[in-house]
Write a protein that binds this ligand. Structure first.
Ligand SMILES: Nc1ncnc2c1ncn2[C@@H]1O[C@H](COP(=O)(O)OP(=O)(O)O)[C@@H](O)[C@H]1O
Ligand SMILES: [Mg+2]
Length: 310
């Protein structure tokens, strides 16, 4: 079964901030064939595997344009993917509309990092450690690349990290923003990856927020499961304080002030960081990334030095 769509073209083109209501390029028609196998679950439905001119792609669909116009999630993701073309970002092949609903056609990746971790041996074998180091290094490279472009992803987590033939690629740029110090009205990052200051009510995101999420991903590779689990902010905060040291009120007055405003008391936290020491320099990198005082979280380059070569 072939489907016809109205397409806006692929990578390159205008930067976010350009007139968002206009098609970035002249119209062209694409014909793709659904292959039937869902690649994953997205907020707006399944990500489907489709074939176009004999090549397999991932089709990500968005809600149809309504009274408010074209879905803003679609526009944000389209514009960032066009701007951030690089090996560490999932490649946008085409974008367009099908029966009034916008879609992105992306290079197909084999799996996400959550699926990958789910298949690892429970024992910290040399093969597991080598993979964890490799992916941690690649993730820092991707975060460093975004940083060099002045962009924050704001939803780093294993589900949004794709793997294609061993190459790590960030996807899902629906929450990405310029790193311009703006104040956000609502929190970013999915709950278990949300930086501690955001859990306490300070929603400013900056480079240090991405580093916290990196620490959570490394913790997850070590634990083979969500590192700071919880269904509410209070539960995630409890998981954090069970795993890492929380500075006292003298050392971290702003954190304790935020907690007090919410009617919470910050517990002391665990005496030592909790990433298994068999993870060696990766455990040390996670410990540094998961610092409560955001100014202490190192840059991606400094963390790469801590981890050392593969
Ligand atoms: N290009 C792709 N190749 C393979 N799988 C993908 C691709 N894009 C997304 N997926 C799968 O679909 C899931 C959801 O995609 P994502 O872009 O994160 O959607 P959402 O914005 O709704 O979270 C991902 O976790 C991944 O498993
Ligand atoms: Mg996602």
């Amino acid at each position: 079964m072939a489907a016809l769509g109205f397409c806006l073209g692929g990578g390159g083109g205008p930067e976010p901030g350009a007139d968002q209501a206009q098609a970035p390029e002249g119209p062209m028609l694409a014909s793709f064939t659904p292959l039937g196998r869902p690649l994953g679950e997205g907020r707006f439905g399944q990500i489907l595997e489709v074939s176009l001119a004999g090549e397999a792609f991932a089709l990500k669909r968005f809600p149809p344009a309504g009274e408010d116009g074209i879905s803003s999630e679609f526009l944000v993701e389209l514009l960032w993917l066009r701007r951030l073309a690089a090996p560490c970002v999932v490649r946008l092949a085409q974008a367009g509309f099908f029966r009034g609903a916008p879609f992105l056609l992306l290079e197909e990746c084999g799996r996400n990092l959550r699926q990958e971790i789910g298949e690892w041996d429970r024992a910290d074998t040399p093969a597991v450690l080598a993979r964890a180091r490799d992916f941690a290094r690649q993730l820092l490279g991707a975060i460093g690349f975004l940083r060099s472009r002045g962009v924050l992803h704001r939803d780093i987590k294993p589900d949004n990290i794709l793997l294609r033939g061993g190459v790590l690629k960030l996807c899902d740029f629906g929450l990405a923003t310029p790193d311009d110090g703006r104040r956000h009205e609502s929190p970013s990052y999915t709950l278990p990856y949300r930086p501690i200051e955001q859990l306490l009510g300070d929603y400013r995101a900056d480079a240090s927020s991405e580093i916290w999420a990196f620490g959570c991903v490394v913790g997850e590779m070590a634990a083979r499961g969500v590192f700071f689990a919880g269904l509410t902010e209070a539960e995630v905060l409890a998981s954090i304080s069970a795993a890492i040291p929380i500075p006292n009120a003298r050392a971290w007055p702003e954190g304790h002030d935020l907690a007090r405003r919410r009617g919470w008391a910050l517990p002391h936290g665990a005496p030592k960081p909790a990433v298994s020491c068999t993870f060696g320099s990766l455990a040390r990198a996670a410990e540094l990334a998961l610092r409560c005082r955001r100014q202490e979280r190192p840059s991606p380059e400094a963390l790469l030095e801590v981890i050392g070569p593969n």
